[in-house]
Design a protein around this ligand. Sequence first.
Ligand SMILES: C[S@@+](CC[C@H](N)C(=O)[O-])C[C@H]1O[C@@H](n2cnc3c(N)ncnc32)[C@H](O)[C@@H]1O
Length: 317
Amino acid sequence: MSGHIPVMLQQMLDTLAPRDGGIYLDGTFGGGGYSAAILERAACTVWAIDRDPTAIERGAELAARFPGRLHLLHGRFGDMLSLLTNAGVTALDGVVLDIGVSSFQIDDPARGFSFRADGPLDMRMGNHGTTAADLVNSLSERELADLLFELGEERASRRIARAIVAARREAPIETTGRLAAIIRAVLPPDRSGIDPATRSFQALRIKVNDELGEIERALHQAVRLLNPGGRLVVVSFHSLEDRIVKRFMADAAGRAPAPSRHAPDSLTARPSPEFNLLTVKPLRPTAAEAAANPRARSARLRALERTARTGPQTGAP
Ligand SMILES: C[S@@+](CC[C@H](N)C(=O)[O-])C[C@H]1O[C@@H](n2cnc3c(N)ncnc32)[C@H](O)[C@@H]1O
C-alpha cells in the first residue's frame, strides 16, 4: 500500500503560519503529513483528529518522534469542540482541515472506496454506521437518483438508479466491482479518461460519511475555538465542499456576495467583522504539484483569521 502525499503542503504551512508556543488542531490527521510539517515548522503543540482508527494507530510513530507535542484523538472533526474540551483544550491558534479520503483509504480495496479494485462496498471512513452497500440496496430508485445527482453531479443519475434497482432484484449489490460494472454498462467510458463510476462513487462516499454535514459542523466549532490572530485553513477537493467553505468564510468575515450578476465574485464588506478573510480567491496547487500528484488538481485552499479584538467562545452558550 502506498503512502499519502500531502496536498498544497507549503501553501497550507505559509497560510497557517504556526508559531512557537502555539496550539494547533489538525482535524484530518490521515498520514500525518500536515501534522509533521506543522511540528517541524515551529516549537508548537498539535492536537490531531481522525475518524479512521487505523490513521490514529499509524500516528503513534509520529507522536513518538515529537514527545509531548502531538496528541491524537479518534473521532470526527464535526465533534472537535467536545473532543478537545474533554481533553482540556479550549482555545487554539490554528485549525487545519484537509477534507476527503487519504490514499491509505482509497488504495486499500477492503475499505470499498475504489472502483479500480474489487472489494466490499463499504466506504465508511470510521468503523460504524451505514455502508455504501446498505444505501445501494435499500434506497428507492428516486432517492438513489437524487443522491447521485446532488452529491455526484451525475447527469445520468436516473438511468444509473434504474440499472441499480434492476440489478439488485437479481441479488444484493455487495462489491465495488459489481457496482462499477453496473454503472459502466449504463454509461460507457468517454474520451475524458474519467471512469464513468467516479461521480457515483463520490456521491455514495459523501453520503455514507455525511461529509458535507461534518464540514458545516466543523467550521462553526473551529471559529469558536480560535484565539485572536488564530487561523482556520481548509483544503477541499469538491465543488460542494468548497462552496460551503467559501460561503461560511465570507459570512464570518462580514462579506456577502455582491448582488450584481455582472460582478459575481466581488464581495461587499459589512462593518466590524470578527474575522479577516485571508483568501478572497482560493489558493490552487502549483502547476508542478498538479502535474506530479493528480489528486491535487482539484484542491482549493481557503483561510480565515480571527481579528486581534475578539477571542474564543467555548464557554457555555
Ligand atoms: C486527505 S486525508 C488527510 C491527509 C493529511 N493532511 C496528511 O497530510 O497526511 C483526510 C483524512 O481525514 C479523515 N477524515 C475525513 N473526514 C473526517 C471527519 N469528519 N472527521 C475526522 N476525520 C476525517 C480521513 O479519515 C482521512 O484520514
